[in-house]
Design a protein around this ligand. Structure first.
Ligand code: GLU
Length: 315
């Protein structure tokens, strides 16, 4: 089972198009199923118009999915209960730190900025959530207790990837202080619930994967297979972010780009996985029969002048 899991926190861009096209081809070329899940936990950034745009953009690309559109937020409370079970097993602990306190604690002694690990302020501090609530007058979040050492995951394209999660990230949140499941836990539980066994996503999410592997192990699940795909950049080599609305799929559509040209250009960047090779305009469906995931190579791809001309994109 594969999945398409856009976050409706902005407009999808060319990098999403490439990841979703590959996820779709990998499933459909083997007669496999795909679910559609909107990763909509970040309520401060999610907007209904982005949800609608994600679905419309993927349909425009010629991708489809099986079953209803799932929403990550619909399980927020249920998944938070799983976090509490991990707490009862001694694998997570209540944390009453605010975001600002974490930043200050990190910045004061080390001065290494916001990428430092959580300093462990609340580790071992309270017997349980109730004590944390009483002692602090705050609603606690739960943090996963990360043991020292390296966590190694296997990426189907790049091979093994190791990360010292405790040293780099530290104990990470399983719930937010408003009682909702946090992203890493929700992804693992949603994937498990839907039976997802294959995950295709951008290389920017590789650094999340060891945390997810820790949760998978703690929950007794099986790891899915992971493919982290090279990112699409702008002509200057800068990775596309949701703020690059000028290179969003919606902007391309509005500018009259034909989806067949875009699919052809993306297909031409997938190495020998697509037959016949080349960037000729085609539909996603045209690529299904000749797709060979074993030959996939997904190097970074620049949306440069040649690509603009191929797509006839001149906004
Ligand atoms: N929703 C995430 C994103 O769009 C992807 C989730 C995942 O692949 O784990 O960045």
């Amino acid at each position: 089972m594969g999945r398409l899991a856009p976050s409706p926190t902005g407009l999808l861009h060319l990098g999403h198009a490439r990841s979703f096209l590959v996820a779709w081809l990998a499933a459909r070329s083997r007669g496999g199923r795909l679910c559609m899940r909107l990763d909509d936990l970040d309520r401060s950034r999610v907007r209904p118009e982005f949800e609608a745009a994600c679905l419309a953009d993927l349909e425009w690309l010629g991708l489809d999915w099986d079953g209803p559109v799932l929403k990550q937020s619909s399980h927020g409370a249920e998944w938070a209960a799983v976090a509490h079970e991990l707490g009862q097993r001694g694998l997570a602990y209540p944390c009453v730190c605010t975001r600002r306190e974490v930043q200050e604690a990190i910045a004061a002694p080390h001065g290494d900025g916001p990428s430092s690990p959580y300093p462990g302020t609340c580790r071992g501090r309270f017997a349980g959530p109730e004590e944390a609530r009483q002692a602090s007058g705050r609603e606690p979040a739960l943090r996963f207790w990360v043991a020292p050492g390296e966590v190694t995951i296997h990426d189907e394209l790049a091979g093994d990837f190791s990360q010292a999660v405790a040293a780099l990230v530290g104990d990470f949140p399983l719930t937010s202080r408003d009682g909702q499941a946090a992203y890493q836990l929700a992804v693992v539980l949603d994937d498990q619930r839907a039976g997802v066994s294959e995950v295709y996503r951008g290389l920017d999410l590789l650094e999340s994967t060891p945390r997810q592997a820790l949760l998978i192990e703690a929950l007794g699940f099986e790891r899915p297979r992971w493919w982290h795909l090279g990112l699409v950049t702008d002509a200057a080599g800068q990775r596309l972010a949701k703020r690059r609305d000028d290179l969003s799929l919606a902007a391309l559509r509005t500018a009259g780009v034909e989806p067949e040209r875009l699919v052809g250009w993306l297909a031409g960047s997938l190495g020998g996985a697509v037959a016949p090779e080349g960037s000729e305009p085609c539909t996603a469906g045209d690529l299904v029969a000749g797709f060979d995931g074993g030959k996939l190579s997904v190097a970074p791809l620049a949306f440069d002048a040649a690509a603009r001309s191929l797509l006839k994109f001149a906004p």
